[in-house]
Design a protein around this ligand. Structure first.
Ligand SMILES: Cc1ncc(COP(=O)(O)O)c(C=O)c1O
Length: 394
């Protein structure tokens, strides 16, 4: 049990709800799950996406298929997967896009191919590429990752230049630096964004010095919703861009890598080499396509409805919610000492089908905005929180 909790924490899932039936980490039986989930659509404050249960997922795909027949792909060729690749190329303004089974593979293959025979790649010290990809760059792709900006949410141009200077002047046996990566928003910094002026400066510098620039934009639509910078503009500053299909596009998994044809055309061979070629991926790509359509408008609504929600919560006695500097959809929720969080979360789940996360060591619960808040009347959600809060007061 302790091991599992450690694993979830390290995966950034330490804020999972007390009861997580839809994920297979369940402490409830299927019967409990059905009994509660039949009531109202799930509102979750945990994930970037809807947190669909298997039955919701099947139901959604069924509806998508009824609206417009899902066309299967064959090893990534044709069908829903090709359609999604076209959509992503258009969205990012890049020549091509390709489906990969995971974002980890998208990041790794992007930096490998952008870097060519150079060995060094500069990455944010707190990035997924540096800290959460099992040293794949070093152990599989023979690339040396240099982490920059330790203890910070992102690095700026000055920090980048000094890291480059440090390695180029301080090492006798030189091997090249070819690629820089940026993650935005930053998962390990609760979704804080890299300011657009920093991205612009780094991009201009990389162009001038002939370094390639990769964006780990797993959640780039969420950054766009909060910064007002369109995804196409973000993408324009980078050579390659990876976007997740499951964080907020609600697919079961998968990733898109977008860039110029000379790079993207090489990817499918490497997906095979590393064992990632799947027979069919339409189940992920048709779902992601469904949620890609109209995403910007829906997320603008999420932002404004959630702001209203936060204002309403802050009027309640015993609860305080604040947003983060440069933040996106993740907020800090603090409860008064008299409130039993576990009691409140359990009541929210069992009575109202609302998921609340666990508290971290500082007693802060991360309250995440996503499209699930649009599935129910806001007054109903606020009312549920108010009632559960009262019931959890000691
Ligand atoms: C910022 C970021 N990049 C990359 C990934 C990797 O995605 P995948 O789980 O598809 O490998 C994640 C997943 O958590 C992520 O948060």
């Amino acid at each position: 049990m302790k091991k599992r909790r450690e694993f979830l924490k390290k995966c950034g899932l330490g804020t999972l709800p007390f009861l997580t039936p839809a994920l297979g980490f369940n402490t409830l039986t299927d019967e409990n799950h059905l009994a509660t989930n039949d009531k109202k659509p799930l509102v979750n404050f945990i994930f970037d996406g809807l947190g669909l249960s298997p039955s919701d997922y099947i139901d959604r795909l069924q509806k998508i298929d009824v609206e417009s027949t899902i066309r299967p792909d064959f090893y990534g060729n044709g069908g829903a997967t090709k359609e999604l690749e076209y959509a992503f190329a258009k969205l990012t303004g890049k020549e091509k896009a390709i489906y990969l089974p995971t974002g980890t593979m998208a990041n790794q293959l992007a930096i490998k191919l952008l870097n060519g025979s150079n060995t060094k790649v500069i990455v944010p010290e707190n990035s997924h590429i540096y800290r959460d990809e099992a040293d794949a760059a070093q152990s599989v792709h023979s690339k040396r990752l240099i982490g920059v900006g330790k203890g910070k949410h992102f690095f700026d141009l000055e920090a980048l230049k000094s890291a480059i200077d440090y390695t180029t002047t301080g090492e006798v046996f030189k091997s090249g630096l070819g690629t820089i990566a940026i993650e935005n928003p930053v998962r390990r910094a609760d979704g804080r964004m890299v300011p657009i002026n920093i991205i612009k400066e780094i991009s201009a510098y990389c162009k001038k010095e002939n370094y390639k620039l990769h964006l780990d934009g797993a959640r780039i639509h969420i950054a766009a919703a909060y910064s007002g910078v369109p995804v196409s503009e973000y993408a324009s500053y980078f050579d390659t861009v990876y976007i997740s299909l499951y964080k907020y596009l609600n697919a079961g998994g998968g990733a898109m890598l977008c860039g110029y044809a000379a790079i993207i055309d090489q990817i499918s061979h490497y997906i095979k080499v590393y064992g990632g070629t799947t027979f069919q991926s339409w189940g992920n790509t048709a779902m992601a396509m469904h949620y890609l359509e109209g995403i910007d408008t829906r997320w603008q609504t999420v932002v404004s409805v959630f702001n209203e929600f936060v204002q309403k919560l802050n009027k309640l006695e015993g609860i305080e919610v604040s947003s983060l500097e440069n933040g996106t959809n993740i907020h800090n929720l603090k409860l008064d000492k008299t409130v039993d969080l576990k009691k409140m979360a359990t009541n929210l789940y069992t009575e109202h089908n609302i998921w609340l996360g666990r508290a971290n060591n500082e007693g802060i619960v991360k309250l995440t905005a996503n499209e699930s808040i649009l599935t129910r009347d806001l007054a109903d959600i606020v009312g549920a929180l108010e009632t559960s809060l009262q019931k959890a007061k000691g």
